[in-house]
Design a protein around this ligand. Structure first.
Ligand SMILES: Nc1ncnc2c1ncn2[C@@H]1O[C@H](COP(=O)(O)OP(=O)(O)OP(=O)(O)O)[C@@H](O)[C@H]1O
Length: 338
């Protein structure tokens, strides 16, 4: 029996060949997600959140080179034969995308989109899968499910389509649900309902969730732990409350300090921080935030290995000079992990 975290991502790299060179979209990312845990991922546009999520979901293209480890329930998915990893992706790990209109097949009726996975992965008969599909539609709040089974996606509203995506994701009872900006494409009034639904199904099904969001307030309210991504790497990871109340990486600090409404859980969209992300085809040596960091020293741009400092229980920061808070950690309580 595997007693480690449900998901352990280690030194994950996803490099994409493109006309402008090799984009190092994900470039040495490590984090864990525990069973039943909700893990948030934040970071400004282009930091690599979506590429990381798609890689964990097994959605790499031919232009993509992936290395590192994605250890899920004790098995490294990148080292498994394709025939086995295919059974994990879509069944044990499922994904809800930003734009349900694009993620759903426009020419296939709801019934087939909902039952396909159950028939393929769980070996359910057509009528069993149909019965379960009706239950799932009810669970995600879609009324008149019998009629809905015959619909095409375009016959449903954006909010209903996202509910349908969630039902499809739940169909094979996954252990991990990845939600990549699941409400960005929706009206503000619907966003809250979808987030509440995700949180509810995560709890009732006892799943783990990776929730990617631009919206810091959403992540603050919905997740147990958070990873802050910057330029293809994790800058800081830890309990959401701790990271948001006492950030130790200056990138996290900058995000939070320029987001005054976070306390009120409103409109906490990503703020503008002076400067720009480095060119992902030619990232600088050393710390990638160095050029925008007010506390950087010459050592930060040196080509040495970037230290990971443990600043609290499960709280790691990729910085050689983390922010100090009074009362945060007793003197000598911090240690370099590697
Ligand atoms: N198919 C692709 N070909 C080339 N570059 C890509 C491709 N997909 C993503 N990238 C690049 O990889 C980097 C990371 O992109 P990604 O979409 O993961 O960022 P993100 O943090 O999810 O941003 P957003 O919040 O805007 O979705 C960016 O520099 C992006 O331009």
């Amino acid at each position: 029996m595997n007693s480690g975290p449900l998901l352990s991502v280690r030194e994950l790299r996803t490099h994409i060949r493109s006309p402008r060179g090799v984009v190092r979209a994900v470039d040495g990312v490590s984090f864990d997600v525990g069973a039943g845990e909700s893990f948030g991922v934040v970071g400004e546009s282009g930091s690599g959140k979506s590429v990381m999520a798609r890689t964990v979901m097994g959605l790499s293209t031919r232009q993509t080179g992936v290395s590192g480890e994605i250890v899920f329930k004790g098995r490294d998915l990148l080292a498994l034969p394709k025939s086995e990893s295919r059974n994990v992706w879509g069944k044990e790990i499922a994904m809800v995308f930003q734009d349900p209109g694009r993620a759903l097949n426009p020419v296939v009726r709801v019934e087939r989109q909902l039952t396909e996975g159950m028939r393929k992965h769980l070996g359910k008969s057509r009528s069993e899968a149909r019965g379960r599909a009706l239950e799932l539609l009810k669970e995600v709040g879609i009324s008149d499910p019998e009629r809905r089974l015959h619909n095409y996606p375009h016959e449903m509203s954006g909010g209903m389509r996202q509910r349908l995506m969630i039902a499809i994701a739940l169909a094979c009872e996954p252990d991990l649900l990845i939600a990549d900006e699941p409400t960005t494409a929706l009206d503000v009034t619907i966003q809250r309902q979808i987030l509440d639904l995700l949180r509810r199904v995560q709890r009732t099904h006892g799943m783990s969730m990776i929730l990617i969001s631009h919206d810091l307030a959403v992540v603050a309210g919905q997740t147990d732990r958070v990873g802050v991504m910057y330029a293809g790497r994790i800058a800081e990871v830890g309990a959401t409350r701790e990271v948001f109340q006492a950030p130790r990486h200056r990138y996290t600090e900058a995000l939070l300090s320029t987001t005054p409404t976070l306390d009120h859980q409103r409109h906490a969209r990503f703020p503008l921080i002076d400067g720009a992300l480095p060119d992902p085809t030619q990232p600088p040596p050393g710390c990638r935030f160095e050029s925008r960091c007010h506390a950087a020293s010459s050592a930060c741009s040196s080509d040495g290995h970037l230290d990971v400092v443990a600043v609290g229980e499960g709280h790691l920061v990729w910085c050689m000079n983390p922010v100090q808070h009074t009362n945060a950690v007793p003197a000598g309580g911090e240690s370099v992990v590697r």
